[in-house]
Design a protein around this ligand. Structure first.
Ligand code: SF4
Length: 331
């Protein structure tokens, strides 16, 4: 195994042109703004934030499905080749994506077995006469029955379809799965089964996961490390247990307070006011300041940098760093 991290996203930015009004001029909207993330071999990085925070764009940048405007992405220490090239297609077999909508990810005209077998045909894996048996074994590994391979996507439940999508993603023996809201379209009762399946497969196969979700409950179940994203930037990143037990950033604190752990004393609920701002009209200073319960005057004019706290996590908050410096000086 390479000593380099499995995936390194380094200062990536992605801008989209957006027209203001019918005749308005085009402006650049920064969907992702200088994001750095690392996924280690066999570990899960949970990426959490509200809808529109740039999580999914970050996932696509991580796989090279979109080119970054700035920054770069490294897979096992080497840069990801440009999308569409032969080198990129070969590398994509090692990096797979699981989407939110399994029905949209599957071809309604093909049986489940045909679709799970497809990567073997495309990449020339195994002997042609063995590929149906290989695909059937994968279906069984994700908890489907062999006879369900002959069904079509609409004949399976949502949870079964997502299992089929996971089976197809595993066919090329990837090292990395980018899971973009993989359970949010499923019934709550089914979500836990699919999450447990991903955790089991990770332990069995040593997969690295970039797990994207707006749901902190799910992120808590799967993550070794957690990165919190707000309006295109990472605002806090660190060890999952540490960060979720004692969030330092007020945004993380609000997310954690809205997702209490059964059996543990709940924190006072912090209700976030309003919706996330429009990325085309990013607030001055700290972009979170209009919604932040701890905001000071300084927060309106000075953008906080993502810097380490003494406990090792990274946080972009003036107040969290002031408090840490005060405690350090007092000790
Ligand atoms: Fe809140 Fe200020 Fe910290 Fe931003 S920098 S999260 S506004 S306290």
């Amino acid at each position: 195994m390479s000593s380099a991290p499995l995936l390194q996203v380094r200062g990536v930015a992605r801008r989209y042109a957006m027209r203001r009004g019918l005749l308005g001029r085009s402006i650049d909207v920064r969907a992702v703004d200088g994001v750095s993330l690392t996924v280690e071999h066999g570990r899960t990085l949970g990426l959490v934030g509200e809808s529109g925070s740039g999580k999914s764009t970050t996932g696509r940048l991580a796989l090279g499905l979109e080119p970054p405007d700035d920054g770069d992405v490294m897979f096992k220490g080497a840069p990801i080749p440009p999308a569409g090239t032969l080198a990129w297609r070969q590398l994509r077999a090692r990096m797979q994506m699981i989407y939110q909508d399994p029905l949209g990810a599957l071809d309604r005209r093909l049986s489940i077995l045909e679709q799970v077998r497809e990567p073997y045909d495309v990449h020339g894996l195994g002997e042609a006469g063995e590929r149906d048996a290989m695909a059937t074994a994968l279906l069984q590994a994700v908890g489907l029955r062999a006879d369900q391979g002959s069904r079509y996507p609409h004949e399976l439940s949502g949870g079964q379809r997502q299992r089929a999508v996971i089976a197809r993603a595993l066919a090329t023996k990837p090292d990395l799965l980018v899971c973009d809201e993989p359970v949010s379209a499923l019934d709550v009762s089914i979500q836990a089964q699919v999450v447990n399946l991903l955790v089991d497969l990770q332990q069995e196969l040593g997969l690295g996961l970039l797990f994207i979700s707006h749901d902190l409950k799910v992120i808590r179940q799967v993550s070794h490390r957690v990165a919190v994203m707000y309006l295109g930037r990472i605002v806090e990143e660190g060890d999952a247990d540490l960060l979720l037990a004692s969030p330092a950033h007020p945004y993380t604190e609000a997310l954690v307070s809205a997702s209490p752990v059964p059996g543990r004393r709940a924190r006072p609920r912090i209700v976030l006011q309003g919706d996330p701002p429009n990325p085309a009209a990013r607030p001055s200073g700290c972009a979170f300041h209009p919604r932040c319960h701890a905001a000071r005057e300084r927060c309106k004019v000075e953008s906080p940098r993502l810097l380490p706290l003494p406990d090792g996590r990274l946080t972009a908050c003036h107040v969290a760093h002031d408090q840490a410096n005060f405690l350090k000086a007092a000790s």
